[in-house]
Ligand binder design. Structure first.
Ligand code: ADP
Length: 445
């Protein structure tokens, strides 16, 4: 069965968050199950593919040419779609993102003739199920919501001028939401199946609190909505063989972890105290501000804090300030740093993830795999993956008091080593989830 994955990120070629990990690793697991996945990705600058030719698509009523590239990674074929406005420093975060990804989707739709399943991810690819329904290509469509907070909305006038889709699709094909085009809504309404990345989040998003204005649509479409928990690339995220670690360890022998820890504390000039790590985008979703609010309580409890992340500028400033004022106890590394992320997962004593909402979350799974018990908010995929007092710690309230309660549970646990071990022994591989996707694809044929 031929599966087209269409997405804006795929590790190691373009990564902003967990979407990249999923698109970079799930297809490899599907391949092991005998499926034939191909990933369609924008040809961002820096990706080394080989040029294979060109294709055409219509945009703003004109026929445009697009260069195509190929590459193979982990046995999976990639098609790189070379649109000029994708050769920028970052995958997105620009004012014209909506227009760029409409162009990308229109260009990809021309390339999807031979697939049994087109699996579109997040708002950037959400137009594809509708294009299938408009007869642009055949095949069944699966749409996966990795994060409902980013829906891809824009004024309808521009959208219809760019895409030249028939105007009746606005109401008739469910693109309209609150007077604007909403690509994610279009993806949900027009696809044959909708998935999201954990069973917990699949439940939550049907309620107004988590539904981001689309809960009504999701309740209506709930017959085709299900949650499939993300897996991890357990070859890549492997403490026994991690290219970024100087020492390696397994559940049978955790001693080398202490050396990684000592080096990490030394690198950041931290005192020898229990150290909580954070690796995160700085967005309100992640509850990073709760960590700042809880800082006095963390320091009072004798803990250090080691934070890696970037995003909202005011949070970056807060953490830079805290690190400057509490040298020896708080350290902050701004930016995206793959190597340091691995050292934090491996070298800290606990890992903090106080998300306000969390579709699945990979960071907590990675920290468990590296024997670093996570302290997380009991929400979405976090509560599906962490077992309180067994593999990590869960707290309910999204405020500093809630977070510190979780930290106290961590501190007073009689056997944290056992918690670390149980976390390491948990199966976070793609094996079971990939089978669920394969079953879903087969059920649609
Ligand atoms: P989200 O997709 O919402 O950002 P996830 O927990 O699902 O959150 O995935 C985050 C991924 O991005 C993990 O692989 C994590 O290690 C990585 N990551 C996040 N911030 C950074 C950073 N500043 N440097 C390196 N890796 C990061």
């Amino acid at each position: 069965m031929k599966i087209a994955f269409v997405a804006s990120e795929a590790f190691p070629f373009a990564k902003v968050g967990g979407l990249a990990d999923v698109v970079g690793s799930l297809p490899q697991a599907l391949k092991k199950l005998g499926l034939e996945p191909t990933i369609f990705l924008p040809w961002y600058s820096g990706i080394q593919g080989y040029y294979v030719g060109e294709s055409r698509f219509d945009f703003e009523g004109q026929s445009e040419q697009v260069g195509l590239g190929h590459l193979e990674h982990g046995g999976v074929r990639y098609v790189l779609v070379g649109l000029p406005d994708f050769s920028r420093e970052r995958p997105y975060g620009y004012d014209d993102d909506f227009r760029r990804f409409v162009r990308f989707s229109l260009a990809v739709a021309e390339l999807l003739r031979d697939f049994d399943i087109v699996h579109a991810h997040d708002w950037q690819a959400a137009l594809l199920p509708l294009l299938r329904n408009q007869g642009w290509f055949t095949g069944r469509t699966v749409y996966t919501i990795h994060n409902l907070a980013y829906q891809g909305t824009w004024g309808s006038q521009d959208f219809y001028a760019w895409s030249k889709l028939p105007g009746e699709t606005y109401y008739g094909a469910g693109l309209e939401h609150n007077g604007r085009v909403n690509l994610m809504k279009g993806g949900i309404v027009n696809s044959d199946a909708v998935t999201t990345v954990s069973p917990g989040y699949a439940e939550e998003i049907r309620s107004p609190y988590f539904g981001d204005g689309l809960d009504g649509v999701l309740r209506e479409q709930s017959y085709k909505l299900r949650g499939i928990l993300n897996g991890l690339d357990t070859d890549y995220w492997n403490p026994a063989d991690d290219r970024y670690l100087s020492q390696h360890f397994t559940v049978k022998d955790l001693r080398p972890k202490a050396k990684i820890r000592a080096a990490l504390l030394g690198e950041f000039g931290l005192e020898d105290n229990p150290t909580l790590g954070v690796v995160s985008r700085f967005a309100s979703q992640k509850g990073i501000d709760l960590i700042a609010d809880a800082l006095p309580g963390l320091l009072e409890r004798g803990l250090n804090l080691l934070v890696l992340g970037s995003g909202e500028a005011s949070l970056e400033r807060t953490f830079a300030w805290m690190a400057a004022h509490h040298a020896g106890r708080v350290a902050y590394a701004q930016g995206y740093n793959e190597a340091l992320a691995h050292r934090i997962y491996a070298g800290c004593d606990g890992f903090l993830m106080p998300s306000r909402f969390e579709p699945c979350g990979l960071a907590q799974m990675i920290s468990m795999r590296y024997g670093t018990p996570p302290i997380v908010r009991a929400v979405g995929g976090l509560k599906d993956t962490v077992r309180h007092g067994e593999t990590g710690f869960l707290f309910e309230y999204p405020d500093a008091t809630g977070l510190l309660w979780g930290v106290d549970e961590f501190l007073r646990h009689p056997n944290r080593l056992e918690v670390a071990r149980k976390g390491m022994k948990t199966d976070f591989s793609w094996e079971a989830p990939a089978q669920q996707y394969a079953d879903l694809y087969r059920s649609l044929r």
